[in-house]
Design a protein around this ligand. Sequence first.
Ligand code: NAG
Ligand code: NAG
Length: 535
Amino acid sequence: MGANGLWLWAVAATLLLLGGGGSGGVSGVEAGRVLSIFYFSGRSHFLVIETLLKELAKRGHQVDVVSHFPQKKPLPNYRDFSLAGSYPSMVNHWTFEQLQNFHFLKLMTWMWEENVEICRKVMEHPVMKQLAESREKYDVVLVEILGSDCTYGYAYKVGAPVIGITTLVGLPWGQDRVGNPDNPAYVPGALLPFTSQMSLWERTLNTLGQLYAVWGEKLRGRRLNDLLLREHLGADMPSLSELIERNTSLVMVNSHFSLNGARPAVPGYVEVGGMNVDPNPGPLPEPFRSFLDGAGAAGAVLVSFGSLVPGEKLPPKQLQAFLKVLGALPQRVVWRVNASRVPGGLPRNVIGSTWIPQQALLSHPNMRAFVTHGGLGGTHEAVHWGVPTVTIPFFSDQHQNGFLMQQHGAGRVLQFDDITEDSLRQALHAVLNDPSYRESAKRLSEQFRDRPQEPLETAVWWTEYVMRHRGAPHLRSAAVGLSWVQLWLLDVGAVLAAILAMLATILWATVSTFTNCLFSKAKDRASKTNKAKRK
Ligand SMILES: *[C@@H]1O[C@H](CO)[C@@H](O)[C@H](O)[C@H]1NC(C)=O
Ligand SMILES: *[C@@H]1O[C@H](CO)[C@@H](O)[C@H](O)[C@H]1NC(C)=O
């Protein structure tokens, strides 16, 4: 090989090195090692996080994923540790009546008790046993903040800082681990049916609900988790509260101020709402494309209650109302329903499908309205694409999501028990024919999308930030180290009360000495004059 050949090799090698450096990420983080552990078997939750994990892998980080949802095709840099089969999927797990009666208190008990049981099943899985003994080094551990924090035990075992992600909006017990203020006067509890505009009665309920959630999690949930962690990971495990307080660097939440209302947040509390919205959902597959393209000026309506409640699961009365009202619309309708299980079949303007390309459907210019159960993913997609909603909420955060759309004038809420032919027709007609809903949805969409950075980019940036700094406790406020007595200023109140009491005592003593003095002088004088008079 001549001098020329060598020179060419040198250029090629430099280019390769540069190329390799480029894939390390915009922010210049070298390839990091990410461990993510998701005990919960809800698919819609995992979908939110999967977006981030795939993006991290794409940027050259080594991503190890413990979850119930392994990739169908292997991805570069993405290694699955599958828990599939260790706990039944949440789809078809609940009956319709159970969903209906899943009110706040039941939901909390489910969070603290049932989630520990899911953890127990998961922790018995060989993958988790292996992980507990693993000697692999990680730069950061990503976990979901939901009902149980059992995953923190494994973060402790591998000795890495933790990023918590809530696939819902910020949960009450996801705040104090980064020292975030969570004032129930104007911040609605994540799982309560309120928005930032609350009446006195609603604020009372919101405050009680938040207190119940925060203290229930501390006193019930964490205790059960402590027992479980010590049973599986060793009797010398520190308490969960200690792990959470020592090692949480960041909390990412699936909200955005444009939709949820502005709230105070420390730097370690980052909003990434909309992260799972795909801005380029691609062309619509057939038969949906021809169906929507041909919908004409009247447009189309999408009806979907997510994977938990497919249309055919509706009780007969509500199902009949839907068939009548949808069938009489001038719009074309796409419905997530198994048509062969609808007695009498579907009306002629409706196509039913058990699978729907929801994002591509919502992004279609002919889409006029979305009838939804108000899941967070679907709500964000509707907001992103500016489609007004009729929300029929079942449980969890769905009520709040519906009320938020209603508060912004971009949707209507219809309670399930109130569904009749009339109420459903009215709600749909309002959203379809009153232009204010469409205008508000468009305005909300613009505010939701106008950001310095795409939400996924934000999530990646902060994950890399925590890796770069090997944990970032400086993103949290000093509230993390305070007890609730200090945080609620009860100690300061006590000091102030003591000072006030002291001042009052001094004042009282001075005044009484002074008046005594005056009084006795006056008495003296009086007795002298009396004596003089007698003489
Ligand atoms: C917390 O994270 C640091 C790395 O930032 C690690 O050295 C330490 O062991 C972790 N401690 C706990 C209790 O997880
Ligand atoms: C739809 O329902 C029919 C009849 O019960 C059933 O055979 C079919 O498997 C269902 N399709 C799907 C995709 O669930």
